[in-house]
Design a protein around this ligand. Structure first.
Ligand code: PGA
Length: 258
């Protein structure tokens, strides 16, 4: 990430199934707004659980945007427990995380992810596509796995809507671990190159250079500098540390300076 880079920078906070009360949610959100208001040149997106989204609809501004952690692909109808893209748009969500490994663990396939992405793009929102392997093997089979995840998940995407896609590389083995177990910057650089190459193969050089690439998996202020400076990424998808405004603010600052 060089300062001369014309690409945008993005830090996304995925609160997952936290916190438990709206009071806590309001407090965390206010803290994040405070810290991100002080940093220039980085887009910040907070993804709270569904019941809290409307608490923040009126608080979305230049400092913080709102995102959802998942969505359903059909416009409306008898789908108990599901949430449509239009509902998210009505709460002023601009981003949607799609295909997080914690959703894939419940059976979400690339085919489902692809349908979700199509519906997100249709209404003009940005899809944050999560990809990542469970483990690495010496033969490098995980690279073929990742390539396939990208290919099948973006099957319904055309060149015109490609800029609405953000790719978050989140190796499952690095999620929810100690911060020392996260990826190193140099390794991430290899993955970034691989992801970019795959996008070029699928969509051509001109179009695919616009896609932002994030790293996710145990990101904290302590490891963010190495990843941001050496990882050839445009920002982070942050889990646990996005519930701690001070740490999250540090991470945002690191991205702005990288
Ligand atoms: P983590 O989560 O930062 O707590 O590892 C990242 C994610 O799953 O998006």
């Amino acid at each position: 990430m060089k300062k001369t880079d014309k690409r945008g920078k993005l830090v996304v906070g995925n609160w997952k199934m936290n916190p438990q009360s709206p009071q806590e949610a309001v407090k965390i959100f206010a803290g994040i707004k405070r810290v991100s208001g002080k940093v220039r040149g980085v887009d910040v997106v907070v993804c709270p659980p569904f019941p809290f989204l409307s608490l923040f609809s009126k608080k979305v501004d230049g400092a913080v945007s709102l995102g959802a952690q998942d969505v359903f692909w059909v416009d409306a109808g008898s789908f108990t427990g599901e949430v449509s893209v239009q509902m998210l748009k009505n709460t002023r969500c601009s981003h949607v995380i799609v295909g997080h490994s914690e959703r894939r663990a419940f059976g979400e396939t690339n085919e489902i992810v692809s349908k979700k992405i199509e519906s997100v793009l249709k209404l003009g929102l940005t899809a944050i596509l999560c990809i990542g392997e469970k483990e690495r093997d010496k033969n490098g089979d995980y690279l073929a796995f990742l390539k396939n995840q990208i290919k099948e998940s973006l099957e319904k995407v055309n060149k015109k809507t490609l800029p609405q896609i953000v790719i978050a590389y989140e190796p499952i083995w690095a999620i929810g671990k100690s911060f020392a177990e996260a990826m190193q910057g140099n390794d991430m650089q290899e993955m970034s190159i691989f992801i970019k190459k795959t996008l070029v193969e699928l969509f051509g050089k001109e179009e695919s250079t616009k896609n932002l690439i994030l790293y996710g998996g145990s990101v904290a202020p302590i490891n963010a500098s190495d990843l941001a400076s050496n990882g050839a990424i445009d920002g982070f998808l942050v889990g646990r540390q996005s519930l701690e405004p001070a740490s999250f603010g540090e991470i945002i600052k690191i991205v702005s300076l990288a």
